[in-house]
Design a protein around this ligand. Structure first.
Ligand SMILES: Cc1cc2nc3c(=O)[nH]c(=O)nc-3n(C[C@H](O)[C@H](O)[C@H](O)COP(=O)(O)OP(=O)(O)OC[C@H]3O[C@@H](n4cnc5c(N)ncnc54)[C@H](O)[C@@H]3O)c2cc1C
Length: 431
């Protein structure tokens, strides 16, 4: 029987790894590659804020795992991992239930090498009222739910016969990449909605407030990049409160430690991440306080060399610094490429390679309008730039993901499809 490599989680990192391994080891029959994911389709997570704002139709951009697996010589199993038996080298998938019907029973999957890349969830740090009243922008369903609620406010306003001016308040907790990018896209959507006749809520009456506990936006970037982002947010009329810790969230808004109250109809929490709870100490593996599996620089878990983990759900050491590799799509992309080589070497009885993180800076998208720029901040070089070049580089990260999945020709076709769709379809998803 050939070596069984099972990858759990087909996200930004896992799907790239399954594709790279399938194209080589799977195609040549050197190993049996299996990808397991809780969903039937993949949507690149960094685009979720675009889904929430309605500028991206997830139905158009999603990738079907079954079709992709067939094309790239790996097997796909739909299921949600819930446990692990290291002794028997089995992972356990929970039953798949829809409504009252059990579609699939609990199943076990055997592996010789296991890779866990199941990403992360939003971390609300136990803040009172957050789970009841906030949308966590970490799943496609949540992004779509946010979009519907946002659109419904405009629908209601359009049917309201009174002459009073209509307002909408949105609060975003966390001025990291997700919060900042969402705010800019929502501002953009507010202008587009007016163009579609939803002019009862004027763009200036859509109040977007970002609340951040640190003393500046994007605290992980350089001060120069952070200041440039703040300037552009102000130009977009987005309110930013820094040094404000959110202590409680109610149906009407957010309370901060300093005593402020921010009224908000829609509330988004995007202030931190944690790996899924069930990973905490799973089958005796080492995990950290945010449930991430602790891995060595070869991406092997510290207590089992047959289990690898990477992406948001793993704490991976970084060379020359105490802080681990950051939970970013760019990191997952680099790790997937390295791991594809390492697992191939393992099949030949060679040692896996060490992962060296290349910090290429961070690009923050501040919406699609040409007049709104993007910024690259790099702590080591403090190099900041904005505008269309930065926008192009931001999109490149997504195109690199597509390129790894589909190769040059199909990626070019997808770029063409996107261009045609932009001309042929509404610029905003209106349902
Ligand atoms: C709105 C937003 C904007 C972002 N913008 C950027 C950006 O501009 N640049 C950047 O570098 N990063 C960005 N990020 C972060 C980036 O999305 C993540 O770091 C990246 O997706 C992590 O990749 P991953 O493969 O570890 O996990 P994911 O891409 O989250 O994939 C995890 C996969 O595992 C599956 N899964 C989960 N649990 C289970 C289970 N129990 N069993 C089976 N399958 C499971 C999921 O269905 C999913 O397919 C952004 C994130 C968000 C939310």
């Amino acid at each position: 029987m050939s070596h069984r490599i099972v990858i759990v989680g087909g996200g930004a990192g896992g799907l790239e790894l399954a594709t790279l391994l399938g194209n080589k080891a799977g195609k040549k029959g050197q190993a049996e590659i299996t990808l397991v994911d809780a969903n039937m389709t993949h949507l690149w997570k960094p685009r979720l804020h675009e889904v929430a704002a309605g500028v991206l139709n997830a139905d158009v951009d999603e990738l079907n795992y079954v079709a992709h697996a067939q094309r790239h010589h790996f097997k796909f199993i739909m299921g949600r991992m819930c446990n692990l038996d290291r002794g028997k080298k089995q992972l356990i998938l929970e039953p798949h239930i829809e409504g009252n019907e059990e579609i699939l029973p609990q199943r076990t999957i055997h592996y010789d090498t296991l890779v866990i890349s199941i990403g992360s969830n939003t971390n609300d740090f136990g803040t009172k009222g957050a789970s009841e009243h906030c949308i966590f922008l970490d799943k496609r369903a949540a992004a779509e739910a946010f979009h519907r609620k946002f659109l419904n406010e405009y629908l209601k306003a359009s049917q309201d016969p009174s002459d009073e001016s209509k307002h909408c308040n949105i609060a975003i907790v966390g001025a990291g990449a997700t919060g900042v990018e969402l705010a800019a896209e929502l501002n953009h959507s507010a202008h587009e909605l007016v163009d579609y006749g939803f002019d009862q809520i004027k763009p200036e009456n859509l109040t977007i407030t970002i609340i951040e506990a640190a003393d500046r936006v994007l605290p992980v970037l350089s001060e120069k990049a952070s200041a440039a982002i703040l300037r552009q947010l102000k130009e977009l009329n987005i309110q930013v409160l820094t040094n404000e810790m959110v202590t409680e969230i109610t149906a009407d808004g957010l309370h901060t430690k300093s005593g402020k109250f921010v009224p908000a109809f829609l509330k988004v929490w995007s202030a931190g991440i944690k790996a899924p709870e069930f990973l905490n100490g799973i089958a005796g593996l080492e995990s950290n306080r945010i449930n991430q599996l602790v891995v060595t620089n070869t991406l092997q878990t510290t207590r089992d060399e047959n289990i690898f983990s990477f992406g948001d759900c793993a704490q991976c050491p970084r060379q020359d610094t105490d802080t681990p590799v950051p939970p970013r799509a760019a990191s997952a992309h680099q790790q997937a490429k390295l791991l594809a080589k390492s697992l191939h070497r393992r099949l030949e009885g060679k040692d896996p390679l060490p992962f060296v993180y290349q910090d290429k800076g961070s690009l923050i998208s501040l919406s699609k309008k040409g007049s709104v720029g993007n910024i690259m901040g790099n702590l080591s070089k403090d190099f900041t730039f904005e505008g269309k070049v930065a926008r192009f580089m931001y999109i490149t990260l997504y195109r690199m993901h597509q390129f790894t999945l589909h190769g040059v020709f199909r990626t070019l076709l997808l770029i063409l499809r996107d261009r045609i769709n932009r001309r042929a379809s509404p610029t905003l998803k209106l349902h």
